[in-house]
Design a protein around this ligand. Sequence first.
Ligand code: G3H
Ligand code: 13P
Ligand code: ZN
Length: 332
Amino acid sequence: MVSYKELGLVNTRDMFAKAIKGGYAIPAFNFNNMEQLQAIIKAAAETKSPVILQVSKGARNYANPTLLRYMAQGAVEYAKELGWEKPQIVLHLDHGDSFELCKDCVDLGFSSVMIDGSALPYEENIALSKKVADYAHQYDVTVEAELGVLAGVEDEVQAEESHYTRPEEVIDFSKRTGCDSLAISIGTSHGAYKFKPEQCTRDPKTGRLVPPPLAFDVLDAIMEQLPGFPIVLHGSSSVPQEYVDMINQYGGKLPDAVGIPEEQLRKASKSAVCKINIDSDSRLAFTAAVRKVFAEKPGEFDPRKYCGPARDLMTELYKHKIINVLGSDGKA
Ligand code: G3H
Ligand code: 13P
Ligand code: ZN
């Protein structure tokens, strides 16, 4: 058993309470490799923003669970080296799909876990989420559960259609599971293709897709049922057009990629939404930077020469999200 406290990590409890009071959201950035981790920590340290490092089941398998734990511990030390005296860093399991996986993460130093039972029937989702919360709480590890279904890929689960969270269920669900935060479905989805072209309109000037707005009425109804309860938004990448254009310009092919407009995330951040998940934007920045180097310098074969620019672009992206979208700068 390794306690996250020994690694210098914190859980989400105080972080979320402060974020709701202060009208901002905590960034939850996924990472799979060293460059992403360096960029996240640099951005958080330079802006003094609390931050959630998220690891999916796939990322855990890719990076190796033991290595990941030491990377998170290293991240805390790196943050201090960058002049952040008391780093506020959470290590969180993203989309845990079984009790065993969540338990393993709790036992190996995670300070927060998500149990995603959203594809299960309601009562089964409650039973599984409660089992995880009961176990995790013994070690002061916080638990995120999910109600409602996001369209697209949820780790290895694929949902064709989204089902908004039903506000009439949230009190019963949160009480019976004992979860510390609730991921909801109000129209976001995972990946770089969040909406089909037929769900969007086209901007006549640019020809670009304009997505439909998020269901803020559903969010309001949920907040009315659960005043002050921490709400989480998954699938919140904005799919910046400049990265999509760069990728396409340098040999990639991402037609009609579309994300959540930043103004809507800014609006959500000011509410009880206190954790916003971003993964795809970082993947796009990484890929755009690497493609540019490959196209401009075909003779380059030192990975530092293309992963370095990718890291710089991701750092810029993370700082932009923290300062201009979530408003979490200066809060740690
Ligand atoms: O929600 C999904 C995250 O973007 C993680 O994706 O399962 O491919 O690591 P992944
Ligand atoms: P994006 O695909 O929009 O970045 O969402 C990431 C996410 O929700 C991770 O859980
Ligand atoms: Zn997600």
